[in-house]
Design a protein around this ligand. Sequence first.
Ligand code: NAD
Ligand code: ISE
Length: 340
Amino acid sequence: MTLRVGVIGTGMIGQDHIRRLTEVLSGVEVVGVTDIDQARAAAAAPGGAEVFANPSALISSSNVQAVVICSWGPAHEEQLLAAIAAGKPVFCEKPLVTSEAAALRVMEAEAAHGRRLVQVGFMRRFDADYRRLKAVIDGGRLGAPLMFHSVHRNASVPGGLYTSDMPLNDTLVHDADISRWLLSDEVAGVEVRVPRRSSRGGELRDPVFVLLHMASGALVDVEISVNIAYGYDIRGEVSCETGVAALPNRPATVISDANGIRQAIPEDWRERFIEAYDQEFREWILAASHGTATGPSTWDGYAATLVADAALRAAFSNSFEAVKMIAKPGLYGPPAALAA
Ligand code: NAD
Ligand code: ISE
């Protein structure tokens, strides 16, 4: 069976996902696209796909069985709620939504539907290196995880579009999610420190240093730098009771020439996580073909949103800001501490 998909938002990641759904993966066909920039949607539409005038026309089309949301974060809530109301499985790029109230509304709608429909685009969970790192921690041979050092560096971000809140409510959400997932834990509170500003980002609050206090007592430090110039550099190291487990350097060809011996650094997220995005969609297609969703859930999107909100508060208060979650609805499985 071929899953017929409609894509909302045909910017950078929308185009990349259309490429993988069209040229890389099987069992799926992009039958429709839409974007507030209709010319961009038309240019991105694969042969035979319909260009819809707006998201609601795409979501309600009988030809669209499942929906992929790649619009900007603040637009996600309305599109998620429409997809859930239509009973269609939906892949939503991170951030799930941009406020706690919106996350609760989406969770309530999904719970009323009675089974999971939403997968959130936390692609790191599908990366082979992160999966091996988690297997080592879960295996328990190194003892309990005590500290996690997470480094998240972007070469640059789109000027004008990427604002000072975004290191905390757009970029940090990946580190928040991967910390919860790797450590099978929840974030209980957040501190933020803002060091000397990089001159490369103008007025942007960049870099930022974030400390996540996990419910178990483990600590996670996160460096977010979004104008680091040299490439897209993601690092992670977990210090446990009797050993340390870290992500490896990405395999890359070793070049030797007059400038020395070196390995290339990925340019951006598209290159660094190319296989992870492919795998997240393989798993999404499988679940969506059965009318449901697996992987990162609305609950995970909610948790990351709360961390982002607390981080924004902490950047101003310069002190600890608590993260207070509602009780986990049964739809999303047991509480994190019991899940591992
Ligand atoms: P982008 O600006 O390149 O593209 C977004 C597109 O969505 C634009 O073409 C815009 O016109 C369209 N759009 C916005 N609001 C819309 C609406 N209401 N209806 C229809 N179209 C609308 O941005 P991008 O970099 O592609 O990011 C899109 C989303 O993907 C964001 O939520 C971002 O956080 C996420 N993202 C995730 C990753 C990842 O690593 N998982 C990487 C990049 C972006
Ligand atoms: C972007 O939206 C992503 O999700 C990338 O993975 C992240 O590294 C970048 O900082 C975000 O802006």
